[in-house]
Design a protein around this ligand. Structure first.
Ligand SMILES: *[C@@H]1O[C@H](CO)[C@@H](O)[C@H](O)[C@H]1NC(C)=O
Length: 287
């Protein structure tokens, strides 16, 4: 481990005071994304009486001088914000499972009683206020029950085309079908479910596709994912509106969602500001 924030949750016992921990996958070079998230949806704050905290999970990039420069950047950011976990391995798509498992191990050690987690990418728009309100509305809202909800993917299996980004050779995964899982762009889980996945990860060989791997861990524990209609990792889609008649950045479309995939830093900043404008006026049909 290169960078750690062992007291992020205030210690093992105090970690119960954190209602939602935002765990954001971020490569060292994504400085602009981290900066805008710190000012927008990932701001550490009290919302509706409960605490939201933020952590970026990162590894290393490049080699030589460039690698050292990027490590230095994270170190400087850490000094100011105290919100980065960094491990010394190559930050790449096929190493994301490793990142996830290392995070769960860290969580088990430092924040075991944290109620809920948001796990996602640094280029999504996450409506963290809505997430808190949704989680508070559950009957079991202390994080001690199973919860794993987001964009559900099922009935798919490994892609055997070597040119694909998601190529999984038969030597790595024999089975032709994956268990149901949640798209890795962003999902919510309880502290309980995080610990179940961590325990199961000791018994399952790593599959280098992180979101599928978490589905495999859950399946082995006899648990499953659940679909949440507010998580739009595939973007917004309104079947009753022709695409040219709909402004995909209309803030009124974002009031009730939990997450939308792919936002550039400037759009993220603007959307967050507009959504929190007390004068935002949305006609009922836009809901
Ligand atoms: C994962 O990280 C290790 C350690 O840095 C590196 O050797 C390996 O090439 C990386 N794997 C991929 C697929 O990038």
């Amino acid at each position: 481990m290169l960078l750690d924030v062992p007291d992020k949750c205030g210690g093992v016992d105090e970690s119960a005071n954190i209602f939602l921990l935002l765990v954001i996958k971020s490569s060292p070079s994504n400085y602009e994304r981290r900066q805008v998230l710190r000012q927008t949806w990932a701001k550490e704050r009290l919302h509706n009486g409960v605490w939201i905290r933020r952590i970026f999970i990162s590894a290393t990039m490049d080699t030589g001088f460039q690698k050292r420069r990027l490590n230095k950047l994270l170190k400087v950011e850490q000094r100011q914000y105290n919100d980065i976990l960094q491990w010394d391995f190559t930050d790449s798509f096929f190493n994301l499972t490793l990142k996830q498992i290392l995070f769960l191990e860290w969580m088990d050690r430092n924040c075991p009683h944290t109620r809920f987690l948001f796990n996602g990418d640094d280029d999504v728009f996450a409506h963290t206020g809505n997430m808190v309100e949704y989680l508070q509305s559950l009957t079991d809202n202390d994080g001690s029950k199973h919860l794993f909800t987001g964009h559900l993917i099922q009935g798919v299996g490994p892609i055997r085309i070597p040119e694909s980004k998601y190529f999984v050779p038969i030597q790595v995964e024999e089975s032709d079908s994956f268990p149901p899982y949640l798209g890795g762009g962003g999902f919510l889980l309880s502290g309980y479910t995080a610990s179940v996945i961590y325990k199961m990860s000791h018994t399952i060989t790593i599959l280098p596709i992180d979101d599928v791997y978490m589905g495999m861990c859950l399946a082995k524990a006899g648990l499953g994912p659940e679909s949440h209609g507010g998580v739009r990792t595939a973007g917004l889609f309104y079947p009753n509106h022709p695409p040219d008649k709909i402004d995909e950045y209309d803030p009124c479309l974002y009031r009730d969602i939990l997450l939308v995939h792919r936002f550039l830093p400037a759009s993220m900043y603007l959307m967050w500001q507009i959504l929190h404008d007390p004068d935002l006026d949305c006609a009922p049909q836009n809901k």
